[in-house]
Write a protein that binds this ligand. Structure first.
Ligand code: ZN
Length: 319
């Protein structure tokens, strides 16, 4: 749908969820934010462009907000169907976007060795059927400004969910497209029900990102997996997300205190996930992302300390 003149939101189905892809249309160039799965570009986006009489040839910039395959999976289809497109992303996310194997082993399976939480082979096989990689043409650091023909966008570095995550400020509408930079208290299914935990990973960066975004007082906050948040609803979403980080950190600390012994990350999650959200097995296990992030913060403030259990897994206890 066209949210405001020249600003489009295109919801692409990805199983029981959707990923919202955005297009900003200037007089000269069109910018596309995120590429979903391969089929999102080939079917949903191409059909939408046809219906709205938008030109695929005018697409000049295609920005991946971050290195997750539901945001980059259509990159190869972009190469084939949008001949003038330059694929862009935050520079620090480039290696994983250009190489899905690296995305899988360095991002999704980062918890295997030290924390005993591994993705299944099925998950990798699935990823490889819906996402196809290509090279990234331009790496952003943040603070770039792009002219679409009398219409400007600014690139904001918004790390936390990944290190290279970028958001896009549309100067005309003052809307900010934030991808997965901020994730509320749950990622949602298409019907609005909780899907899995907010998978932020780098907690202090995430908190700074939320504060940064609040400072812009955006006309609306446009995410990938949540409804439109216009005006005050955007601020409320940012506040909810920030408060959630404090809640999870407190629960991590409380749980270690009550246990009175060292716990591995997954032991802590098994004990405490009911207090963190309402996700079912195995969705709650993705609390690994924020929980490890918070354990690292608590460790850095010397509130907890890390050791190894007999199986060689990291375990945590009060310092
Ligand atoms: Zn996502």
């Amino acid at each position: 749908m066209e949210l405001s003149p020249g600003l489009h939101r295109i919801e692409c189905p990805i199983g029981p969820r959707y990923v919202a892809v955005y297009a900003i249309v200037g007089s000269k160039y069109t910018l596309l934010v995120d590429t979903g799965f391969d089929d999102s570009i080939r079917t949903t986006v191409v059909n939408y462009f046809k219906e709205k009489k938008l030109s695929l040839d005018a697409v000049r910039y295609v920005i991946n907000t971050h290195s997750d395959y539901d945001h980059t999976g259509g990159n190869k289809a972009v190469r084939e169907l949008m001949p003038n497109a330059l694929i862009c992303a935050g520079e620090r996310d480039r290696p994983m976007i250009e190489n899905l194997n690296s995305m899988f082993f360095d991002r999704y399976n980062e918890f295997e060795k030290d924390h005993g939480f591994a993705e299944s082979k099925d998950a990798k096989d699935f990823m490889m059927t819906v996402a196809f990689e290509t090279n990234v043409d331009i790496g952003f650091a943040g603070n770039e400004r792009i002219d679409l023909g009398g219409r400007y966008v600014e690139i904001l570095h918004t790390p936390g969910h990944s290190w290279g995550h970028v958001s896009i400020l549309d100067e005309k509408s003052r809307a900010i497209i934030i991808g997965d930079a901020v994730l509320g208290n749950s990622v949602l299914l298409a019907d609005g029900q909780p899907a899995f935990p907010p998978t932020y990973r780098f907690v202090e960066a995430y908190r700074s990102t939320i504060r940064l975004l609040k400072g812009y007082q955006a006309s609306e906050i446009l995410t990938s997996h949540y409804p439109r948040y216009v005006g005050q609803a955007g601020t409320d979403f940012l506040d909810l997300s920030l408060n959630y980080t404090d809640l999870i950190e407190q629960i991590c600390l409380d749980t270690l205190k009550r246990a009175g012994k060292a716990l591995t990350m997954m032991e802590l999650i098994e004990i405490a996930h009911d207090r963190m959200g309402v996700w079912v097995d195995p969705a709650y296990k993705y609390l690994a992302y924020p929980v490890l992030g918070h354990l690292e913060v608590l460790e850095s403030y010397q509130k907890i300390k890390r050791s190894k259990n007999s199986a060689g897994l990291a375990q945590f206890q009060l310092a």
